[in-house]
Design a protein around this ligand. Sequence first.
Ligand SMILES: Cc1cc2nc3c(=O)[nH]c(=O)nc-3n(C[C@H](O)[C@H](O)[C@H](O)COP(=O)(O)OP(=O)(O)OC[C@H]3O[C@@H](n4cnc5c(N)ncnc54)[C@H](O)[C@@H]3O)c2cc1C
Length: 394
Amino acid sequence: MFDYVVIGKGLIGSAAARYLSMRGRTAVIGPDEPPDLQTHEGVFASHYDQGRITRQLSRDAVWAALARMSIGQYAALGAESGIRFHYPVGGLYVPAAAEASSYLAEMAGLAERVAVDYEVMDEAALHGRWPYLRFSDGWSGLYEAAPAGYINPRQLIRAQLAAGQKQGLEIVRETAVSLESSLDYLTITTDAGQSYRTKKVLVAAGAFSNAFDLLLQKLKVRVKTETIILAETPPDAAERWAEMPPVIYYIESPELDSIYLLPPIRYPDGRIYLKMGCNTVADRYLSDLTEIGEWFRQGQSDVMLEAMRAALQGIMPDLAALSWQTGRCVVTYTTHGRPYIGLVGDGRIGVAVGGNGSGAKSSDGIGRLGAAVLADDRWATDLAEDLFRPVFEA
Ligand SMILES: Cc1cc2nc3c(=O)[nH]c(=O)nc-3n(C[C@H](O)[C@H](O)[C@H](O)COP(=O)(O)OP(=O)(O)OC[C@H]3O[C@@H](n4cnc5c(N)ncnc54)[C@H](O)[C@@H]3O)c2cc1C
C-alpha cells in the first residue's frame, strides 16, 4: 500500500509527487504525452510544449508570491535532477499605449517592493537593445531581469520525476478512472484495469480533474480553448535573435488580447520555432471529456491563423518564417483565479488544480502546498489558505 498517490503526472502533479516522496511511499499515476495528438483517445495535458514564461512580477500579488516560491527552487531542482529546464533570459512586458504609464508605474513599484531587477525602457532604448522587435507607436516597456525567462515544461516534469525517483517515487503510466474510499484505504482503478491502494490521494489532473469518478463533488472549473501559432524560424535568424526575452504584449486588437511570445526555441522535430499565444475571439469554454478531446484532436484553431500571423509579423517584421502552424491547448480556470489547493471529504483526498493560464512557472510551489496539506494538514506558506479554497459545483 502507498502512503500517497498523486493522480496526474503534469506540472503540478509531478512537483507534488516529488515533495510527497520525501514523506512516505509515493506513486504518481498519469500517462505519458501521446505520440500523436490527432488520433489520441485518452486524456491530454496543458504542458505539451517547449516554452512557458516564468517571471517574478505579476499584478496579482498571490501569483507573484507563488512564482517567487517556485523560482527559488529551480536551481536546486536542476542540480538534483541533472536536467536543465530554466532559461533565465529575462522578460519584456509591453502595455497597451493607453495604459502604459499606469502599468509601468505599478510594475516598477512592485519590482521595488520585492527587490526584483528591472528597467523601464522607452521606445528608443528598447529599439536599441532589441532592434528586431516592434510594437505600437511610441511604445515603452518594462524589462524584468533574470531569473525571469522561460522554462521548458516537458523538461521541468522530467526533472521533478527524476528527483522524486531518487527518493523512491514510483511512476505508473496509466490513467485513473475511479477512486473509492473504504475505512482503511483508498483504491484507485486505472484504464489498464489495475488497482492501487493508498492512505491518501492528491488529484492534480488539470483540465481532466472532473472527467472521471475521482471526486465525489465536481470542482467548479472552466476549461477554455487556447490557440497558439508556431512560426518556423530560419536557423540564422534564430541565432541573431538568441538574446530575445519572452514578451507579454497587451495588444490593442479587435480579435486578439494579451499576447505572449517566446524566443526561438528548438522543438523535438529538430526545427526552431517562435511561439505566440493569446486570447482570441474564437476562444470558447469546453464542458466535458468529449469536448476537450475533440478540441485537442481536431479543433478549428486555424480560424485564428491569419490574425495571429499578422500580429506576430507586426511584432517581428524581419521574420521570414519557413512555415506556420497553429496548436491547441486548454486553460483551466477556477472561480477565484487562484489554484484550488486543499482537502476534500474526510481529509484523505486533496486537490491541486487550476493553473489559470499561469501555473507552469509556479507549479513547484503549488505542488509543494498541495503535498504539505495532504501529508500533514499543514498550510505551508504565509499566504492565507482561504485564498486557495477549492470550490465545488452545487
Ligand atoms: C498554450 C499555453 C501557454 C501557457 N503559457 C504559460 C506560461 O507562459 N507561463 C505559465 O506559467 N503558465 C502557462 N500556461 C499554463 C500552464 O501550462 C498550466 O497552468 C499548467 O500546465 C497546469 O499544470 P497542471 O499540472 O494542472 O496540468 P497539466 O500540466 O495539464 O497536467 C495534468 C496531467 O494530468 C494528467 N491526467 C489527466 N487526467 C488524468 C487521470 N484521470 N489519471 C491520471 N492522469 C491524468 C494529464 O495526462 C496531465 O499530464 C500555459 C498554458 C497553455 C495552454
